[in-house]
Design a protein around this ligand. Structure first.
Ligand code: ZN
Ligand code: ZN
Length: 357
């Protein structure tokens, strides 16, 4: 094999493809090798650069997280002699790896810096690991103008969901925090929002009066996510719910765990566009829900899109890159991405949606 052929082949396997091949190799391995392959496969999605590029530069793959000498050799042989097709099963398909997301962001140099907000995150008010102030402080370092705090509602006790009294307590805490931020000259502001649990019939679990005073209401399904029948009616019902403006992690899929719900997506997206409501890109690495393929459908219908990291810890705020890269790949215009709106524009959008019911 001459040098040109070698480098062309080296460029051919992405980290996501390497992850898939390592997952396949893990299936026939035992003991510590199986676990090492599985760990490396999961880590590959978070490697900051393409393994192929590391090898092409003559560096060692052991620079990458979860890659020891044995795994490095395994990856080098995959890169040297890649299989013709790497086709993940549906349960692992359509997930961006960080390195490819960063390539997309590098091709759109002002996109990340122009992003004004992250519109889904959790705190110790529900099942987050960081306090409200810790999350906001970390979000501020990312340069956001505002963030939406979206703790869970009471219908999700497993996630320590809030009832109306706790939501009111959080409202007072957020108001006080916004005053602290303003008086200390900080730019970031906190939107009081919620991730309200929706029943499979599209109904919420909170008093509508309590929701009316919030800056933003996300609605999300957390039950009956493994049914295989068409769920179009569930989505249409959720979009008719007058208390909800954003449908969060619409499919409910999880990498290698759950496929997520099925629906007549063009019809759901058209209904979203007609209602003026937004569909979310939950940017959590294991969710990426919506993914690029469904975002193209949403984009064609003209629906609004909202990006949220669904961060349950400070470190997870970084996955905004995956969500933004997906929106860019699907060519969703900035005017239809809530995260590019200033706080006043977003507030006007929310009141328009509320006025439309
Ligand atoms: Zn949660
Ligand atoms: Zn959720």
């Amino acid at each position: 094999m001459d040098a040109i052929t070698a480098s062309a082949r080296v460029a051919a396997l992405s980290n996501a493809q390497i992850a898939e091949l390592l997952t396949g190799a893990a299936e026939s391995a035992d003991g510590h090798r199986k676990r090492a392959l599985q760990r490396a496969a999961r880590a590959a999605f978070q490697w900051p650069e393409e393994a192929a590029a590391v090898v092409a530069e003559g560096r060692s793959l052991t620079e990458l997280p979860q890659v020891g000498p044995w795994i490095a050799t395994a990856i080098e042989s995959l890169l040297a002699d890649p299989p013709e097709h790497v086709e993940p099963p549906e349960i692992r398909r359509g997930f961006l790896a960080l390195a490819e997301a960063r390539a997309t962001l590098a091709a759109n140099p002002d996109a990340l810096a122009s992003l004004r907000s992250d519109l889904q995150m959790h705190t110790t008010y529900s099942d987050g690991r960081a306090t409200l102030r810790e999350m906001v402080r970390a979000a501020a370092t990312r340069g956001y103008a505002h963030v939406a705090i979206t703790d869970h509602s009471k219908g999700l006790p497993i996630a320590n969901g809030m009832d109306e009294a706790r939501l009111a307590e959080q409202a007072r805490d957020i108001a006080a925090l916004n005053e602290e931020l303003a008086s200390s000259g900080q730019r970031i502001r906190v939107l009081h929002a919620i991730e309200m649990n929706l029943s499979p019939s599209g109904d919420g679990d909170m008093d509508p009066a309590a929701l009316a005073s919030l800056d933003l209401v996300l609605g999300a399904f957390h039950s009956k996510l493994r049914v295989t029948e068409d769920q179009t009616e569930r989505y249409l019902a959720a979009l008719r719910n007058p208390d909800v403006q954003v449908l969060a992690h619409p499919r409910g899929r999880r990498y290698n765990v759950r496929l997520g719900l099925r629906a007549d997506w063009p019809r759901v997206m058209r209904a979203a566009a007609e209602s003026g409501k937004a569909l979310e890109i939950d940017a959590h690495p294991d969710r990426q829900d919506l993914d690029v393929e469904l975002l193209r459908v949403a984009n064609e219908a003209g629906a609004f899109v909202s990006i949220g990291t669904d961060a349950h810890s400070v470190g997870e705020l970084g996955s905004i890159e995956l969500g933004l890269a997906a929106a860019l790949r699907a060519e969703v215009p900035r005017a239809r991405i809530l995260n590019f709106m200033a706080a006043e524009e977003l507030a006007a959008w929310v009141s328009d949606v509320r006025a439309n019911g």
